[in-house]
Design a protein around this ligand. Structure first.
Ligand SMILES: NC(=O)c1ccc[n+]([C@@H]2O[C@H](COP(=O)([O-])OP(=O)(O)OC[C@H]3O[C@@H](n4cnc5c(N)ncnc54)[C@H](OP(=O)(O)O)[C@@H]3O)[C@@H](O)[C@H]2O)c1
Length: 294
């Protein structure tokens, strides 16, 4: 029997409805949540992501500020903009869209964001808090994956979760979240990466398999345990002559084959992507509430 589809779009809509209600509650008290999105350069995919974030922020009643900088912006100028946003009372959350042009060091930029406005959860202080089991803004994609699992009834507790990918954006915080004590954690976690020999030997042990690799259709059906829950984080453009654009988006999982083996699977598009934006808005509301003591 084909797997149940974990519909990220529908789950994201539920979360957005909760955020909208919270935004209205704050508005009634004269408080408007504010999100600043910084885009450096002209990367086409980044432009689409940023436009989607702006649209969602406006839809939820946030004050949203898009800051566009040219691709040759120096690190000093970008840091100066972030310092301004750190002091801007109307702004509760700051997101710097990645990837940044190669000459800009992401670590330096993340370090400069006021940790209380770090709605991406990449500041070392917030990553450290997460590792220590303390409250902190959590990176949007891993936080969205946890919400997807919990709200679709695939509770991680007691399960063996295997993550392929160990990036700071996805794999690393997800490893911390899934293994932390509590309702949405309590999993036994294995993390694989490019230096892991025989990845299939690990993925075949997974009750919950999460692919965050950036390699189109990397996870094949014979790498998946029958009945596993599979979350596909990857977004990869592959050639498709039938499309006007000449490309289409696929995940890191060979969806058509794996859905015949898994019990539940998230699609690409329409899976983790909408969840990431929903969690960004959720983190912005949380940052607003914390600063305004509301
Ligand atoms: N849906 C969303 O909202 C969303 C959000 C973020 C990312 N993404 C997508 O998710 C994917 C991963 O993103 P990322 O930012 O985590 O990427 P990344 O920083 O490039 O990290 C990729 C990870 O995958 C591992 N990897 C790469 N090739 C591998 C291979 N052949 N075998 C095993 N492991 C391999 C890397 O291992 P090493 O550490 O050893 O190099 C690394 O840990 C991308 O397709 C990205 O577009 C989607």
């Amino acid at each position: 029997m084909a797997a149940r589809i974990i519909d990220g779009k529908t789950i994201a809509e539920q979360i957005n409805a909760e955020t909208r209600a919270e935004s209205q509650r704050l508005k009634a008290r004269g408080i408007t949540p504010g999100l600043a999105v910084v885009l450096v350069g002209e990367d086409p995919a980044s432009k689409v992501y940023v436009a989607n974030k702006e649209k969602m922020a406006a839809d939820l009643g946030f004050h949203s500020a898009l800051k566009r900088l040219p691709a040759d912006t120096g690190e000093g100028d970008l840091l100066a903009l972030i310092d301004d946003l750190n002091f801007d009372r109307k702004i509760h959350g700051i997101l710097v869209q990645s990837p940044l042009p190669k000459h800009l060091r992401e670590d330096e930029i993340w370090d400069d964001i006021d940790p209380t406005k770090d709605v991406d959860g990449f500041h070392p202080l917030n990553l450290g808090r997460l590792a220590a089991g303390q409250r902190a803004p959590v990176a949007c994609t891993p936080a969205g994956i946890i919400e997807m699992l919990v709200r679709s009834g695939a509770m991680p507790s007691g399960k063996h979760a295997v993550i392929v990918g160990r990036s700071i954006r996805v794999g690393r915080p997800l490893q911390l979240l899934l293994s932390q004590k509590g309702r949405a954690g309590d999993a036994t976690v294995t993390v694989c990466h490019s230096r892991t020999p025989d990845i299939g030997a690990h993925t075949r042990q997974a009750d919950i398999l999460i692919a965050a690799i950036g390699q189109p259709r990397f996870i094949k059906a014979d790498m998946v345990k029958p009945g596993a829950v599979v979350i596909d984080v990857g977004i990869n453009a592959v050639p498709d002559a039938t499309r006007k654009s000449g490309t289409r988006l696929v995940g890191d999982v060979d969806f058509d084959a794996v859905k015949e083996v898994a019990s539940a699977i998230s699609p690409v598009p329409g899976g983790v992507g909408p969840m990431t934006i929903a969690m960004l808005m959720h983190n912005t509301i949380a940052a607003c509430r914390a600063r305004e003591s509301a």
